[in-house]
Design a protein around this ligand. Structure first.
Ligand SMILES: Cc1cc2nc3c(=O)[nH]c(=O)nc-3n(C[C@H](O)[C@H](O)[C@H](O)COP(=O)(O)OP(=O)(O)OC[C@H]3O[C@@H](n4cnc5c(N)ncnc54)[C@H](O)[C@@H]3O)c2cc1C
Ligand code: FES
Ligand code: FES
Length: 488
């Protein structure tokens, strides 16, 4: 029998917070600004895009604390149980001086109107804690999720390049206090489930994965919230009632990644950032795509399970995972079943998931030797943008130069992520040549009838899909360098 606690507890800067009555849809940014009067974190977009609300959230990883930059505007207060929340107000240097990161920003003119500045400082602070002397590309990556309308970014990047000369993390309070903070967080994680509120205001924070499975089976009407990078917008943009809510972002068992010689199993709660080292090592063809999913803060929050479970036709992980032949593990109570990932997506807004059933993991086969694989994301901005379309191509060309296997999957071309089965069938047994590509390309029209929307017209999507097949052919037939030079 799981014991139940009736309070959400976390650390806010240097203070312990206990909340016994908080609605499930209360955003961290509203709580900070309106209830705690901590107004350093700003609201620019309220949808995770601009980074003006960036704060750090520290969580236990074994005995250590890991601090992630997150967007407070789409994070819910209830999800903070057992974490250390660090806001811009916590930053200070020695003897009342500015913090090294703040001083670097001042000296390099990284702030003009100042609206975006707390968010940039927090993103740079998170980077400085991990890597005080970062490369330019590491700085650009850490700042992908921060927008500034005044500075043109160059002064901010110069501040990032110089911040290590202003001080090192060993002198920072977060470093000095990390053992004491870890002790306090461990005490909060006391093995009890947290439950507060009733009806739509009910918040449940399960004690374990098994506890979550049992709770969700018994309360199928509850809304699962993992990273809240989708659900957060339902609240801030659509004013939807999301309660009752089961928060699962803290469950370590859902953050496992299990690897063997032939496949990688990502449990549903693995964030994009947590998956990155395994993606880089086991699926290097997905490196560029991974780098282009959202910005750093959203990659720290958003989960692979959420990206699949939500059933979006434009999520970035389903196309490559479908092309690789991934399997999805669904669980309801103690009952588990495995389906092909592509079979999960039934129609727009409709997935093969029963009431009380959740996504436990996705298992992705490694690319067999000799096969070629690439995924291309087409979006208006390089980063921090949702795909207009995303195409994944996997092919085996045998010794005779003909296609022995082809799997092609797209997002953004239909109401669900979907394979291009007519094109795949037409490629089989054909020589892997430019003529073949030209002959099969019209068959995309049999596979897909894309729509026109704010991201792209139907005509653009169809032409881009055909051109991506051409690009894949050029790259896999040794012409990629030429292609890159032509585009540059
Ligand atoms: C600024 C911004 C940029 C973005 N850019 C991209 C991008 O480039 N590419 C992209 O693909 N997406 C992008 N997204 C969308 C989002 O980050 C992803 O879809 C994310 O992976 C969702 O995961 P989450 O954990 O945040 O889900 P949540 O918001 O917590 O949940 C989403 C849905 O999935 C359900 N759910 C979550 N976990 C489970 C589970 N284990 N089992 C069953 N149901 C579950 C929830 O109930 C909810 O219905 C972006 C979002 C934002 C705000
Ligand atoms: S206010 Fe823009 S990301 Fe939060
Ligand atoms: S300094 Fe004005 S928005 Fe960045």
């Amino acid at each position: 029998m799981v014991e139940i606690a009736n309070a959400i507890r976390f650390l806010l800067n240097g203070e312990e917070v206990t909340l016994t009555d908080v609605p499930p849809d209360l955003t961290l940014l509203d709580w900070l600004r309106l209830e705690r009067r901590l107004r350093g974190s700003k609201e620019g977009c309220a949808e995770g895009d601009c980074g003006a609300c960036t704060v750090l959230v520290g969580r236990l990883m074994g005995d250590e604390i890991v601090y992630d930059s997150v967007t407070a505007c789409i994070r819910f207060v209830g999800s903070l149980h057992g974490t250390h929340l660090v806001t811009i107000e916590h930053l200070r240097g020695e003897n009342g001086q500015l913090h090294p990161v703040q001083q670097a920003m001042v000296d390099h003119h990284g702030s003009q109107c100042g609206f975006c500045t707390p968010g940039f400082v927090m993103s740079l602070y998170g980077l400085w804690m991990r890597n005080p002397d970062p490369s330019r590309s590491a700085i650009e990556k850490a700042l992908q999720g921060n927008l500034c309308r005044c500075t043109g970014y160059a002064p901010i990047i110069r501040a990032g390049e110089a911040m290590g000369t202003y001080g090192q993390p060993q002198g920072d309070p977060l470093w000095a206090e990390r053992i004491a903070v870890a002790g306090k967080l461990k005490a909060i994680h006391d093995g009890r489930r947290v439950e507060i509120g009733e009806g739509d205001r009910r918040i449940i924070i399960p004690a374990s994965l098994d506890d979550f499975a049992a709770l969700y089976e018994a309360n199928p009407e509850a809304r699962i919230v993992a990273g809240s990078t989708d659900v957060g917008l339902w609240v801030t943009k659509f004013m939807r009632n999301i309660g009752p809510v089961i928060f699962i972002g803290h469950l370590q068992e859902l953050k496992r990644i299990a690897e063997n010689a032939s496949e990688v199993r990502f449990y549903a709660g693995v964030s994009y950032s947590e998956a990155l080292p395994v993606i880089a090592a086991s699926f290097p063809e997905l490196n560029e795509l991974w780098d282009r999913i959202a910005g750093e803060q959203i990659r720290n929050m958003g989960t692979i399970g959420g990206n699949i479970a939500n059933g979006s036709p434009i999520g970035d992980t389903p196309p490559p995972f479908i092309a690789l032949g991934a399997k999805l593990d669904l669980r309801r109570g103690e009952h588990r079943r495995e389906i092909k990932l592509e079979d999960y997506f039934l129609a727009y807004g409709e997935q093969d998931r029963q009431p009380g059933e959740f996504v436990e993991s996705v298992t992705v086969p490694l690319l067999p030797a000799g096969e070629k694989f690439a995924t291309y994301k087409i979006s208006k901005r390089r980063e921090e943008d949702i795909s207009a379309l995303c195409g994944a191509f996997r092919i085996f060309v045998n010794d005779a130069g003909t296609v022995g296997m082809a799997r092609i999957a797209f997002g953004g071309m239909a109401a669900t992520p979907k394979r291009a089965k007519a094109v795949e069938a037409a490629l089989l047994g054909k020589p892997w040549t430019k003529e073949t590509i030209e002959n099969v390309s019209p068959l995309f029209a049999e596979d897909f009838q894309p729509i026109s929307d704010m991201r792209a017209s139907a005509q653009y999507r169809m032409l881009a899909a055909q051109n991506l097949l051409k690009r894949f052919f050029l790259e896999t037939s040794g012409q990629s360098e030429r292609l890159k030079r032509e585009v540059a």
